[in-house]
Design a protein around this ligand. Structure first.
Ligand code: DGJ
Length: 726
C-alpha cells in the first residue's frame, strides 16, 4: 500500500518498491532527500546533512541555495543552476524565492485542470504549498505514490495571490536534484519512419537532454528521459525513468552539476512560451511520472507499462480485445472509389478481419495531399452513396467500418480556409509557411474547437464508424493566434494543446464506444498525454518488419504493446523496398495492436489462406500480447537478433518472438534466455512439442532450430509457451 509518513519536517512517500523523501529546510526551502528503493526506517541525519549542503544559512546573501538539492528552484537568488521557474514581476525582476507555507496529505489525488494525468485511485497524495512574498506567487507542488507500481507523479500549479499581474516565462513540471552523478542518460530520438531509437551516454557537466519546439511531442524525440547507473543494463541495476504526460513542446534537461550531483528538469518548453497570470489566476503544469527500477531498463519499462495500464490509458479499452483491422492507406493511397474500397473490405472480411478503415482521400476533392483538409464532406465522385452508403456496405460484409481524419489541419485550397483565414496559426503580415501543403488550425480558439468537434462528430454519426484514425501531419510554423493580444502570443502553443485535449475529451465522452487511434505522420505524437484519451497510436509510417523491430523496441521502453498500432504490409515494402518473409511481417506486427496495411486482393491464394490463420492467431493471443508482462530479450541495436516475449500475469503462458536481421553462415544457433517465467513450472513449446523447465529456459536459454542457418534474411520464430503438468 502506498503511504505518506511525516517525521518533523520530512515527508516520506513510499510503497512496496520505492521511497521518495523531501523536507523543509530551516527558512522554508523545499529540499529533495531521496528517490530509490523502499526505505523501511529513515534516519534522516545523513540525508539532511547532504541536503543542507554544509550550511544552515539559506539567506540570499550567502548564495547557499546553489548547493542545495531542491524540489522547485528558480533562478536569481542564490541558486546559479538552471531552475524550474521564471516569472516576470511588474517591477521587471525575474527572481522568485519560494518557501513552504503549507503541507497537506490529501484525501485524493487532485485532477489536473484541462490536462491529462494519471488517475488517482489507489494512491496517496501530498501537496506542498510554497509562496514568494515579493510577488505573491504561490506554487502548489503535487505528489502521488501508487499502491501498485514503482511510480511517483509530480506536477506544479502556480497561483497569483498578489495584486499585480505576473508573466510566467518558464513553468517546468519538476526539478529533481539527485545526490550523485554516477549515471548514464537515456533518451529516445529519431525521425519520420525511424521513431524512438534509444540513445545512451554518460551524464557529464553541461546540458544534455531532448526538446521539441515543433508543436507536437514529435517524431524527432520523446518526452522521456532516464538515468541508468553506469553498470545498469536491460535486466539489472538502478534506472530512473521520467515521462511527461504532455503532447506539445517540451524540454527534458539533465546536468551533472559542479558539486557532484545531477539536476533533472522537465516540462513545457519555455521557447516562445509566456503565460499571463492575472491576480487570482492559476497555471497548471503537466504531470511527470517517475518510475524507479532496480531491475534495469526492462524493469523501468514494466513499471511504466503498469502505471499507464492501471492509471492512465482509457479504462474503456483496457484489457479489452482490439479489432484486427485493415487500413486502406498502403492498399490504395488516394486512388479509390466506393467499389474498390468495398471489394478490398470484402477480401479483408473473407480473411477474418473485423474492421475496415478508409484512410485519407475521401473528402472534398482530395486526389492528392494538396487540397481539401477542413472540408469534411464526402467526395461524391468517389463515394456516390456518401459516408453513410459506404459504411452500410462495409457493415453488410459483417465487419465494422472505420475512418481517417486530420481534424487539426486546413488546406489553403479549401472552403474552410476561404471562409476563415484567421482560424489557422499565423503571424499577420508574414507569408504563411505550408508543410505538406497545409496549415494548422488554431486549436486554442474556442470557435475552432467547436468546428473540429462538430466535423468529427458529424463524420462519426454519418458513417456509423466504430473507429477513427486521428492524424496530424505537420509541425507548427508562423506560431501566432488571432485570438490573443500581442502580449499573450506566447500562450498560443500551450493553448493549442489544451484545446486539443478539450476536443478529444469531449469526443470520447460523446462517442464512448468508438475506438480512437492517434497518428502523427506515424508516431509523431506518441506520448503519455495523447494516450490518456486514445488507447492506441499508429507507431510509425514505416511498416518494414526489420525497421519495425527497432521502432517497436524503442517504443516499448515507455509504452506497452497495447498502445502500438502494428500492421502487416505488402512487399517490396513501400518505405524501404525490402522483401521480408510474410511470417516475419506477421510475427513483428503481433508486437502490438495487430492489423494489415495492404490490398488483400493482390495476395496469392496461399497468402490469403495464411491471413485467415494469422487473424485467428492474433485474436486468440490478444490478451497475452497486449496486456501481458513485456520483456525485451535481444536488442536490434546491439546485434543481428531481436527478441521479446510477453508473459501472462499468472505465468501460465507466454509468447516468444525472435527475428534475425541478416542470414550469417556458420554461426551457432543462438540460445536466448527467456524471462518472467515461473522457474518451478514446466513449459511446452506448442509449435515444437518440446517441454522445458522455466529455470532451464531462463538460465540456459531457448535454442533456435537448425533451419536457422540458411533461412535467408529476416528469418523469424514465434513460439507459444504453455505451462504443463508433467
Ligand atoms: C500519415 C499517416 O501516418 C499515414 O498512415 C496516412 O494516414 C497518411 N498520413 C494519410 O495522409
Amino acid at each position: 500500500m502506498a503511504e505518506i509518513l511525516r517525521e518533523g519536517n520530512i515527508w516520506h512517500l513510499r510503497n512496496e518498491w520505492i521511497s521518495y523523501a523531501l523536507c523543509e529546510l530551516p527558512g522554508g526551502v523545499a529540499a529533495h532527500l531521496y528517490i530509490g528503493p523502499r526505505l523501511e526506517k529513515l534516519n534522516p541525519a545523513g540525508l539532511l546533512r547532504h541536503a543542507n549542503a554544509g550550511t544552515e544559512d539559506f539567506s540570499v546573501q550567502e548564495c547557499a541555495l546553489d548547493r542545495v538539492p531542491q524540489e522547485y528552484p528558480s533562478f536569481g537568488l542564490g541558486d546559479m543552476r538552471e531552475g524550474a521557474l521564471t516569472v516576470l514581476a511588474p517591477d521587471g525582476s525575474r527572481a522568485v524565492d519560494l518557501r513552504i507555507v503549507k503541507a497537506e496529505v490529501l484525501d485524493e489525488k487532485p485532477a489536473l485542470e484541462g490536462l491529462p494525468a494519471t488517475r488517482g485511485e489507489g494512491c496517496a497524495a501530498l501537496r506542498l504549498t510554497l509562496k514568494d512574498d515579493h510577488t505573491g506567487l504561490e506554487a502548489e507542488l503535487n505528489y502521488a505514490v501508487y499502491d501498485d507500481c514503482p511510480a511517483i507523479a509530480r506536477s506544479a500549479r502556480l497561483v497569483n495571490r498578489g495584486a499585480e499581474p505576473l508573466t510566467v516565462e518558464r513553468a517546468f513540471s519538476l526539478c529533481l536534484d539527485m545526490p550523485d552523478d554516477d549515471w548514464d542518460l537515456i533518451t529516445l530520438s529519431g525521425a519520420w519512419a525511424r521513431e524512438r531509437t534509444p540513445y545512451r551516454r554518460p551524464l557529464v557537466p553541461g546540458f544534455q537532454g531532448v526538446y521539441t519546439q515543433r508543436g507536437a511531442s514529435s517524431l524527432q524525440t520523446s518526452p522521456f528521459m532516464a538515468l541508468a547507473r553506469r553498470s545498469a543494463d536491460e535486466t539489472k541495476g538502478e534506472v530512473l525513468g521520467l515521462s511527461l504526460i504532455y503532447s506539445g513542446n517540451f524540454i527534458a534537461r539533465a546536468e551533472d552539476t559542479s558539486t557532484g550531483g545531477a539536476r533533472l528538469l522537465m516540462g513545457v518548453n519555455d521557447r516562445d512560451f509566456t503565460w499571463r497570470l492575472a491576480p487570482g489566476e492559476a497555471f497548471q503544469t503537466p504531470e511527470v511520472a517517475l518510475v524507479f527500477s532496480t531491475e534495469g531498463i526492462g524493469g523501468m519499462s514494466r513499471g511504466f507499462h503498469r502505471l499507464w495500464g492501471n492509471h492512465l490509458l482509457p479504462k474503456r479499452w483496457m484489457g479489452v480485445d482490439r479489432p484486427v483491422l485493415l487500413n486502406s492507406w498502403e492498399a490504395a493511397y488516394f486512388d479509390f472509389d466506393e467499389a474498390k474500397l468495398v471489394s478490398i473490405a470484402k477480401a479483408a472480411a473473407d480473411a477474418g478481419v473485423s474492421l475496415f478503415v478508409m484512410d485519407d482521400g475521401w473528402f472534398g476533392h482530395r486526389d492528392d495531399d494538396t487540397t481539401s483538409l477542413g472540408d469534411w464532406t464526402a467526395d461524391m465522385r468517389k463515394l456516390p452513396g456518401g459516408l453513410k452508403g459506404l459504411g452500410e456496405k462495409v457493415r453488410a460484409l459483417g465487419i465494422q467500418f472505420g475512418i481517417w481524419m486530420e481534424p487539426e489541419m486546413v488546406s489553403p485550397d479549401s472552403d474552410l480556409f476561404r471562409a476563415h483565414p484567421d482560424w489557422c496559426l499565423h503571424i499577420p503580415g508574414r507569408e504563411a509557411i505550408t508543410a505538406r501543403h497545409q496549415l494548422t488550425l488554431d486549436l486554442g480558439r474556442e470557435d475552432v474547437q467547436e468546428f473540429v468537434y462538430k466535423a468529427v462528430a458529424n463524420t462519426l454519426r454519418e458513417s456509423g464508424a466504430a473507429y477513427l484514425k486521428w492524424d496530424m501531419n505537420r509541425n507548427f510554423s508562423n506560431l501566432g493566434s488571432a485570438a490573443l493580444p500581442a502580449d499573450r502570443q506566447g500562450e498560443a502553443a500551450h493553448r493549442y494543446i489544451l484545446g486539443l485535449y478539450a476536443v478529444t475529451d469531449r469526443l470520447i465522452r460523446d462517442f464512448p464506444d468508438v475506438l480512437f487511434e492517434g497518428c502523427s505522420s506515424g508516431g509523431g505524437r506518441f506520448d503519455a498525454g495523447m494516450l490518456y484519451y486514445v488507447p492506441q497510436f499508429w507507431c510509425s509510417d514505416d511498416t518494414d518488419a526489420l525497421q519495425r523491430c527497432e521502432i517497436q523496441y524503442g517504443t516499448t521502453m515507455v509504452f506497452p504493446p497495447s498502445t502500438m498500432g502494428c500492421h502487416v504490409s505488402a512487399v517490396p515494402n513501400h518505405q524501404t523496398g525490402r522483401v521480408t518473409p510474410m511470417q516475419t511481417r506477421f510475427a513483428v506486427a503481433l508486437g502490438g495492436c495487430f492489423g494489415y496495411e495492404l490490398d488483400p486482393r493482390k495476395l496469392s491464394d496461399g497468402e490469403r489462406e495464411a491471413l485467415r490463420a494469422q487473424v485467428a492467431f492474433a485474436e486468440s493471443t490478444q490478451k497475452l500480447r497486449l496486456y501481458g508482462d513485456f520483456y525485451r530479450l535481444r536488442s536490434p541495436f546491439e546485434g543481428n537478433y531481436t527478441a521479446w516475449m510477453s508473459v501472462a500475469p499468472d505465468r501460465s503462458e507466454a509468447l516468444f518472438t525472435f527475428v534475425r536481421t541478416r542470414a550469417v553462415p556458420n554461426v551457432l544457433p543462438p540460445m536466448v534466455k527467456l524471462m518472467g517465467l515461473d522457474a518451478g513450472k514446466r513449459y511446452e513449446i506448442v509449435e515444437t512439442g518440446e517441454v522445458y523447465g522455466g529455470d532451464e529456459l531462463m538460465n540456459a536459454g531457448l535454442c533456435l532450430p537448425g533451419e536457422f542457418q540458411s533461412a535467408g534474411d529476416g528469418w523469424s520464430a514465434l513460439y507459444t509457451l504453455k505451462a504443463v503438468n508433467e
